[in-house]
Design a binder for this molecule. Structure first.
Ligand code: SF4
Length: 457
């Protein structure tokens, strides 16, 4: 989807093509199916592991100030320069200044995948300043050349298929047209290899920052994070302030939960532990490592009713399992964070007035909470957001439950309603918005229960 003003979730859903839905469903289904067997191999007690992870993240939220101070002190001891950014604008300006100190305007910046930098729209800012910014994650690279936006936390091009990627690569002259995934990956690799060599600055997100040791941890499968963080002379890492873990001992639990929940892997192909810039006796690595710690509304969320959403480790499992996300794709949510996570985090960060309808993009089936590795009570918060949006007058109140109660509390009204139900397919009525426009009511099957009950001997 091109960048620009987004329509409402409902309006967007009407325009989603069958091809997009097919791509999103296929990828999310396969990740969901591989998640449980992998976690069951990784943990004797998956439920216990999720509870433990949730408790650790709660501890982090309860003690975030002291843990951040500890992280800053340890990072500085390791030679990592720590910076604080209160909002997106100050983060963009700060990172632009760090870039100007590191390399002349016009230099190449290689970027590893990072939702925090998507959140603050960093690429656009640095390109405006005159830098050449190159996304190096395969999916993010496709997004960049297509002038698109990511539609999934972990798999940014989940909405595209092989043919669409092949057309983009061929259009950009990366090589002869092919729909072979291996060939397409090889074309991207050949193209990006030179960009790593010429880049003076590498920018990445991080998955975890360890307060005890001041170590930054990144996980990935492609190897582009390693090159982005080690080949250029300056590495700038950007993290939301909630990405902290108290101790090194917490890491094995979170690494296994993240890999299993995100991609159904027992462990990602690469796990990077960054402990500072290149030492005197080392040949490789950057001379300067910066860590930018981003607030951008998180402190407000921390002190509000949606606090638990800050436990999130960005695994994407709730997106993969969500029947609404599978149908409409990530772009429908109109924010960098999509799916059940985004339906809570985006309005929590930006205010429900900015995104009043995203909390409605849920059937409240509870699957998101069931798969969440840190047990975030997403359905409860979606209901709270809906209530807040209605209370603030930015969302229309749904058809009142009083109508249902009126029908269900009288035998005569209930029986009459059941008889009239088939006519609802033809009639225009206030409940015919959304659900019945896209779905047929199931046909009545088998015998009539009431007739059977009344006629039993
Ligand atoms: S809310 Fe839970 S399931 Fe969803 S991305 Fe975050 S950690 Fe994963």
């Amino acid at each position: 989807m091109p960048k620009g003003k987004k329509p409402s979730v409902e309006a967007f859903a009407r325009g989603v093509t069958a091809e997009t839905t097919k791509s999103v469903r296929a990828a999310s289904k396969s990740k969901t199916e591989s998640r449980i067997p992998t976690l069951e191999i990784a943990f004797h007690d998956v439920e216990g592991a999720r509870t433990q992870a949730a408790q650790i993240k709660e501890f982090v939220l309860d003690n975030i100030s002291s843990l951040l101070v500890q992280l800053e002190a340890k990072c500085k001891m390791n030679g990592i320069q720590v910076h604080w950014a209160k909002d997106a604008e100050s983060a963009r300006n700060l990172i632009a200044r760090l870039c100007e100190e590191a390399a002349p305007v016009g230099s190449t910046i290689v970027k590893a995948k990072s939702m925090a930098t998507e959140e603050i729209h960093l690429n656009e800012h640095l390109i405006e300043k005159g830098y050449e910014v190159v996304e190096t994650d395969l999916g993010e690279y496709v997004i960049q050349i297509d002038h698109d936006t990511p539609s999934h936390l972990v798999t940014p091009i989940i909405h595209k298929n092989k043919r669409q990627v092949a057309e983009s690569f061929s259009r950009e002259g990366l090589g002869p047209y092919t729909e072979s995934p291996e060939e397409l990956a090889a074309q991207a690799r050949r193209h990006l290899r030179d960009r790593f060599k010429e880049a003076k600055i590498g920018i990445s997100g991080i998955n975890f920052a360890i307060a005890q040791s001041g170590r930054l941890v990144l996980v990935e499968n492609e190897g582009n994070n390693r090159l982005s963080t080690t080949a250029p002379d300056t590495h700038i890492a950007v993290m939301g302030l909630e990405k902290i873990l108290p101790s090194e001992g917490d890491l094995p639990l979170f690494l296994r939960l993240l890999a299993g929940s995100a991609t159904g892997q027992r462990m990602t192909v690469y796990v990077h532990m960054i402990s500072g810039p290149r030492r005197k006796d080392e040949n490789d690595g950057p001379s300067n490592v910066h860590l930018v710690i981003l607030d951008n509304g998180r402190t407000k969320v921390l002190n509000g009713p949606y606090r638990e959403i800050l436990r999130c480790i960005r695994c994407g499992a709730c997106l993969n399992v969500c029947p609404v996300y599978r149908q409409v794709s990530g772009h429908a949510y109109g924010h960098v964070y999509s799916g059940p996570l985004g339906a809570v985090l985006a309005p929590a960060l930006e205010g429900v007035e900015q995104l009043p309808d995203v909390a409605k993009a849920s059937t409240l089936c509870g699957s998101c909470e069931e798969v969440c590795p840190v047990k975030i009570p997403i359905p409860r918060m979606l209901l709270q957001l809906r209530e807040e949006a209605v209370r603030k007058g930015v969302l229309k109140e749904p058809i009142p439950w009083s109508m249902f109660v009126f029908g269900a509390t009288s035998g005569l009204r209930w029986r009459t309603g059941l008889k009239l139900l088939p006519m609802s397919k033809m009639a225009q009525h206030p409940m015919k918005n959304g659900w019945t426009e896209f779905r047929d009511l199931p046909e009545k099957q088998g015998r009539d229960f009431r007739k059977w009950w009344n006629g039993r001997s």
